[in-house]
Every structure is written in structure tokens, then in C-alpha cells.
Design a protein around this ligand. Structure first.
Ligand code: SF4
Length: 422
């Protein structure tokens, strides 16, 4: 038994609730367990109980051992002078809380529940409840996934709000920054974001008609046009960039920030930058198009871009490939951008406008995208929980990263249902 588990048992009434008595032998009914208090003061607030024939409303304190009352110094603390109940697992010292009625909970808690909790906490598996969550009802799990997705977006969009403020509430800028970070995918998200932030959007947009100038600006600001090149194309970009850099007083980011190691060449930042340049070249009013479009069928073509022809035969400057292959963004990357940039920005925009139907449409967009395949979703699938859509795969990623990994099973609906089923 530990404090977190004891509070959990009390909060969810996971003890034998009938025929309760205080240590003084008074009949006790718990009408409302109270609201868990995570701040200073008693553990549960605004509880309602009946002791004998008297109904009491107020706060409740929990301790594993009654002597903890003294250890924690509650006898000298005014916040603990008017409790309606002191709930203890073991009553090792009598009358520590003066006249406050005392309930000893140990006889009402099953060993099975404590053992199940111990199994979850001691499991060395990455998914401690593997083999058990399949017993939880589908509808319960689906509801939990919806809440996890909301939690994931709340965390993510909190950061985006800060970016939006930095962008002086200019949504086109927010889209430009977030889209750039997304083009960096996991490994190069940070340098890609720094690149976009170092290059005001209006500059590449001004050169929209000229793909080579957009590339010159992006590769130059990425710090990738320094040094001597053999191929004519990078030399041309270098020349263009030198001119534009002086004209607009630009400072590139350090080139060493980009990571190429252990990446598939198709994901090299050079290819992604060239594709990002192609997106800017192709797009007119991208933000309004994205905000107004709510079907994958219509959004996907907006993002379907291919790097310029130099990249058909290269993954890096001056390193030629034997066979030419056009470097298109690809279906999976487009889906990734819909999941990580388009749907969240639509949701945030709708939230700021106060249009809940559009927020709902942003969520539905995720439901229309296939589930992501990565280590986490594969692990869930192998353990009997297969995501039906990107909305569910995002929620399962949130569950694994924020709950399972740190064993927050007591805060998880699956954990609650596993422990409840005793
Ligand atoms: S946090 Fe929930 S889903 Fe994860 S291992 Fe614990 S009970 Fe299972």
C-alpha cells in the first residue's frame, strides 16, 4: 500500500462499502467521497458522510497509518482541525485526530486489488498492462482515447499559441513555421523551424515564381551553401543567395545543426528543403486553402510536391546518383503533415474563432487518416490494441509516452478498469 494507491481506492470506492463503522462503533455511510485535492490541505474536499444519524459535509484526510497524522504535524495545523473523517489503512495509534471520526479501511480492501497493482508497478514490460487491457470494454477504451487526443492537442497547441503570439497573431506565419518543422520530421524539426524563423515568409513568397530563388534562400539560410561546389546548380544557388543575403541582410543558421546520419537518403534534409521550396513555389493562399478544406482528398493534392529536377539525381549537392528518381513528398509524409500540422492548426484556428463545429471537423479529419505505423503503435497492435485511425494512433502515442512509460496506471482509465475488476 502506498499513498497514491490508497487515495485511488478511496476516490473510486474500491473497498467494501457496506456495513462500515467508525473505530468507535458508529455506523458510517459514505454519501460522497469528496473531490481529490492536489494542493496543500486535506486530501479530499467537500465530502458528504453519515455518522450514526448525523449527516456531515466537509473535508477528509487519508493516511496509511494513523500515526502519520502526528508525523505530518497535522495536530498543529488549523487546516486539519475541522475534518469530518480520518480514513486510515491501519490504526496503529489511537485518537491522533481528536474527536474526528476514524474509519479503518484495511479490512475492506482485497489482496487481489493490491496484488494487481503490484503486478502493474513491478512489470518490466514497456506496456505493464499487456494481456489485461483486452478485458476492458471497447467503448471505455474509445472514450479514453478521445480524452488522450484532446490532452495531446492541448499540450501541443499551448506551444503553438506562444508561437502565434511571437508571429504577432499572423496565422500564415504560424503555418509556415509549423509546416517547416514538420518537413524536418522527427530528426530535423528543430533546424527546420530555426531556418523558417530566420527567413521572413514574405521573402520566399516574393520569389514564388522562381523556384531556384526560393531554393537559394532556403538552402542559403540553412547554412548549406557554404564551401566550394563542383555542380553548376549549387553554384548558381550560391550566387543567387549571396545577392539576396546582402539585399535582405540575412544571417544563416549553422549548417552543422542538420542531421544526415542513420537516415534514409529520401529523408535527408536537403531533399526535404527542396520539397519545402517546391511547396512554397506551388502554393497560393495556402493558409486559407488549408483552413477551408476538411477532406483528406482535397488537402492531399495541396501538399503533393516534388523536389526540383536537380534532386532527381542527387540526395546531396555534388553527389550524383546512378539512377534518376523524382523526389516526391510521398503519401505517408503527406499524411504525417495532415496529422501533425493541418488538423492541429485547423483546430486551433476554430478554437480561437469559437466555432465548435469546425473544431469537430478538424478531429474528423484525423479520423479519416489511416493510423500511423511506428514503434509505439506497432507495440500496441502486437499487444491487442490496434489503432483504427490517426486519431487513435495519436492517442495511443500519448498514452504510451505520458502514462505507461512513467507507470501512471492510477491516472489511466484502463488502469482504473483493470483494478476495478476485482
Ligand atoms: S498507464 Fe494504462 S494503458 Fe498504460 S500500462 Fe498502465 S494501465 Fe496500461
Amino acid at each position: 500500500m502506498n499513498e497514491a494507491l490508497f487515495q485511488f481506492i478511496w476516490q473510486h470506492s474500491l473497498y467494501k462499502v457496506t456495513n462500515l463503522h467508525t473505530v468507535d462503533g458508529e455506523p458510517l455511510t459514505i454519501m460522497h467521497s469528496g473531490r481529490l485535492n492536489r494542493d496543500a490541505g486535506p486530501d479530499f474536499l467537500e465530502a458528504k458522510i453519515k455518522v450514526g444519524n448525523t449527516i456531515l459535509v466537509g473535508n477528509i484526510e487519508l493516511h496509511i497509518k494513523s500515526s502519520d497524522w502526528l508525523k505530518h504535524g497535522h495536530q498543529n495545523d488549523a487546516a486539519y482541525q475541522h475534518l469530518i473523517l480520518h480514513v486510515v489503512y491501519e490504526n496503529d495509534v489511537a485518537n491522533v485526530a481528536g474527536n474526528t471520526p476514524v474509519l479503518v479501511l484495511k479490512p475492506g480492501v482485497t489482496h487481489e486489488l493490491i496484488n494487481k497493482y503490484a503486478v502493474l508497478m513491478q512489470s518490466p514490460q514497456p506496456l505493464p498492462c499487456a494481456g489485461q487491457h483486452t478485458k476492458v470494454r471497447e467503448i471505455t477504451k474509445e472514450g479514453w482515447l478521445s480524452r488522450l487526443l484532446a490532452e495531446r492537442w492541448e499540450q501541443k497547441l499551448g506551444d503553438w499559441n506562444v508561437l502565434l503570439e511571437n508571429a504577432a497573431e499572423d496565422w500564415r506565419n504560424l503555418l509556415y513555421w509549423r509546416m517547416a518543422a514538420n518537413f524536418g520530421f522527427k530528426t530535423n524539426a528543430t533546424p527546420f523551424l530555426l531556418l523558417a524563423q530566420s527567413l521572413p515568409l514574405n521573402l520566399p513568397v516574393k520569389q514564388r515564381e522562381h523556384l531556384d530563388q526560393i531554393e537559394a534562400l532556403l538552402f542559403g539560410q540553412a547554412g548549406m551553401l557554404e564551401g566550394d561546389f563542383t555542380d553548376e546548380y549549387p553554384r548558381l544557388l550560391q550566387k543567387e543567395y549571396d545577392y539576396l543575403r546582402k539585399k535582405y541582410n540575412l544571417t544563416p543558421i549553422p549548417g552543422h545543426l542538420w542531421k544526415f546520419l542513420r537516415m534514409r537518403p529520401a529523408n535527408f534534409p536537403t531533399i526535404r528543403i527542396a520539397q519545402f521550396a517546391a511547396l512554397i513555389h506551388k502554393s497560393v493562399h495556402l493558409f486559407s486553402q488549408i483552413i477551408e478544406t476538411h477532406s483528406v482528398k482535397e488537402i492531399a493534392p495541396l501538399l503533393d510536391v516534388t523536389a526540383s529536377s536537380y534532386w532527381d539525381t542527387h540526395f546531396q549537392f555534388d553527389v550524383a546518383q546512378k539512377e534518376a528518381t523524382p523526389k516526391s513528398l510521398g503519401k505517408t509524409s503527406i499524411q504525417n503533415i495532415i496529422i501533425n500540422t493541418i488538423a492541429p492548426i485547423q483546430f486551433l484556428y476554430a478554437a480561437k474563432q469559437g466555432t465548435s463545429d469546425l473544431q469537430e471537423k478538424a478531429l474528423q479529419l484525423l479520423e479519416a487518416v489511416p493510423a500511423e505505423k511506428n514503434n509505439i503503435t506497432t507495440m500496441w497492435a502486437e499487444n491487442g490494441w490496434k489503432a483504427a485511425s490517426a486519431a487513435q494512433s495519436q492517442a495511443l502515442i500519448q498514452l504510451y509516452n505520458n502514462y505507461c512509460g512513467s507507470k501512471r496506471c492510477l491516472e489511466c482509465t484502463v488502469g482504473l478498469n483493470i483494478l476495478k475488476a476485482v
